[in-house]
Design a binder for this molecule. Structure first.
Ligand SMILES: C[S@@+](CC[C@H](N)C(=O)[O-])C[C@H]1O[C@@H](n2cnc3c(N)ncnc32)[C@H](O)[C@@H]1O
Length: 511
């Protein structure tokens, strides 16, 4: 998968920490009693770690959620807010058998890979969690994640080595899309005075505190113009007294601000998500925003009156400009609307897709099936060097976008089939027989019945794109069980400062 929407607002954990462990840190010793310190990485007590116990831990790796890993005696600790190589004081949140979850509240020593975070909101914001870890170590850790997932399924037994992670072309200002949340519950930094006004925020959910929003003043992974849009939107909303959404009461007008900036054309789309149409409030807001940030090329309003916090709404209307922006990727032009899926790191996606093209190795007579094709990006990249490509996709609007993208780029040898990969592949008569299968499934990986359903397809290669090494390992093992072998593993970093890693896995028929 390569959805890239992982950073769309949040990345916050799925539970709330109590107030005493909220972002911003806690003075060492705040939990006084019950401390059972670990010296030099070894548990010095017989008692099992309990909630509230404090330990000193040295972090040697990170897991798929970006939590630091430390081993101590019989226990494996997963430590939130702890960078690889650092030694931290951490407090136990919970324990299940020999797995202990903890949260770091003080850094004893930053370690050899520590760097100064770029962002003023680091550790408060639930977004990128690795800004204090040197980029080379981020890449090394991502490689270890892929290795350990494949190793756990016995897939690296035949001399197959995971290649070095290909770095992102740019590690700052790389995202072409960000989604911010309006809230009437601003997260308050520990240094702020008591009684400070916290009734309005526009930003990202606080790390571990989903109900609070960090008022983001600048975000170094989005474009400079996107920073200007956030600042102007906040100012206009406050000046005009517009209400921010209340997560608990389900009231308030402003819900989300989604900003997309096409890397290649510089066009900017702003999507204001509101709980009601309220044209008398929203239209002047849009006019004012366009006047303050002249680089905006289109503004759209999405109405979502439902309680669920999502930027996907019941209806959408264009307030300014054409309602879409155009992006270029791998020499192709794509039209992106507020609701379309599009790769969020344009430059890095090009590297990933080029690798898919190389691994597919289609000649002019080659045929590929692109399963889970989304809006057809991979299909269209492959179609230029092949006889035919067929994309399969569940979502009707994505299929419409894929067909329009093919037409826009004058590509006539790609066709798109709407339906569920699980059931739809039985009705493929009349379609060209594939030499290569490309699979780019959602994060959870393939439904267990998909692999057997592909057993009769006479492809010579499978190129599997995954954003979830653990799920990819399960699926590759299932292919191995029906006569395929893993031939190459190429990880790519699409999202610097996050734990996410994208991997292109090539499978061939076992001899
Ligand atoms: C990771 S995205 C693929 C993105 C695409 N390769 C691209 O770069 O634009 C996974 C896609 O699988 C689609 N999908 C999810 N379940 C599906 C299913 N059962 N059958 C077909 N498509 C499915 C999703 O709608 C989504 O577009």
């Amino acid at each position: 998968m390569s959805s890239g929407d992982e950073l769309a607002d949040g990345g916050a954990d799925d539970f709330e920490l109590d107030a005493s462990s909220a972002p911003g840190g806690i003075a060492e010793g705040a939990f006084g009693s019950g401390t059972e310190p670990i010296a030099g990485g070894a548990v010095t007590t017989e008692r099992k770690p309990r909630q509230g116990d404090e330990f000193t831990l040295t972090i040697d790796a990170f897991d798929a959620r970006g939590h630091g890993l430390a081993r101590s005696g019989p226990y494996r600790f997963r430590v939130q807010r702890a960078a690889v190589g650092s030694t931290v004081r951490a407090r136990v949140l919970r324990r299940r058998r020999d797995e202990v979850e903890a949260v770091a509240f003080d850094v004893v020593e930053g370690g050899p890979h520590a760097v100064r975070p770029e962002c003023a909101h680091f550790r408060a914001c639930g977004g990128c969690s690795f800004q204090d870890l040197a980029y080379a170590e981020q890449l090394a850790g991502k490689k270890r994640l892929v290795e350990s997932a494949l190793h756990a399924r016995g897939l690296l037994a035949h001399g197959i080595a995971v290649e070095e992670v290909v770095p992102a072309p740019r590690i700052w200002r790389y995202r072409n899309k960000m989604e911010f949340t309006f809230s009437n519950r601003r997260w308050i930094a520990p240094a702020e005075p008591e009684g400070v006004d916290a009734s309005f925020a526009l930003g990202m959910h606080a790390l571990g505190l989903y109900s609070k929003v960090v008022d983001v003043r600048a975000c170094p992974i989005q474009s400079e113009i996107a920073d200007a849009v956030v600042a102007a939107s906040r100012a206009i909303a406050v000046e005009r007294g517009l209400s921010a959404w209340d997560l608990k009461l389900h009231a308030g007008l402003l819900r989300h601000l989604v900003i997309r900036r096409a890397e290649r054309t510089g066009e900017v789309l702003v999507n204001l998500v509101t709980s009601a149409d309220a044209p008398e409030l929203v239209e002047p807001f849009a006019r004012e925003l366009a006047a303050r940030v002249p680089g905006i090329t289109t503004i759209v309003q999405t109405v979502n009156s439902r309680a669920a916090t999502t930027a996907i709404g019941e209806r959408e209307r264009t307030l300014l400009g054409p309602g879409t922006i155009t992006e270029e990727l791998c020499g192709l032009r794509f039209s992106i609307s507020a609701g379309s899926f599009f790769q969020t790191n344009t430059l890095a996606a090009e590297g990933l897709f080029e690798a898919v093209r190389q691994e597919a190795a289609l000649g002019p007579d080659g045929v590929a099936w692109d399963l889970y094709c989304g809006t057809g990006t991979i299909s269209l990249v492959l179609a230029r060097g092949a006889r035919a490509v067929v994309g399969f996709e569940l979502v009707a609007s994505a299929i419409r976008d894929a067909r329009a993208n093919a037409e826009r780029n004058g590509i006539a040898n790609a066709r798109f089939v709407e339906g569920d990969v699980l059931t739809g592949l039985s009705a493929t008569s009349g379609l060209p027989v594939p030499d290569v299968l490309v699979l780019d499934p959602p994060r959870a990986g393939l439904h267990p019945r998909v692999v057997p359903s592909l057993a009769a397809v006479p492809a010579r290669r499978i190129v599997y794109v995954s954003c979830n090494p653990a799920a990819a390992a399960v699926d590759v093992a299932a292919f191995a069980a029906i006569g395929w072998r893993l031939a190459r593993v190429r990880p790519f970093d699409q999202f610097p400062h996050t734990p996410h890693v994208e991997t292109v896995l090539t499978l061939e028929r076992a001899p």
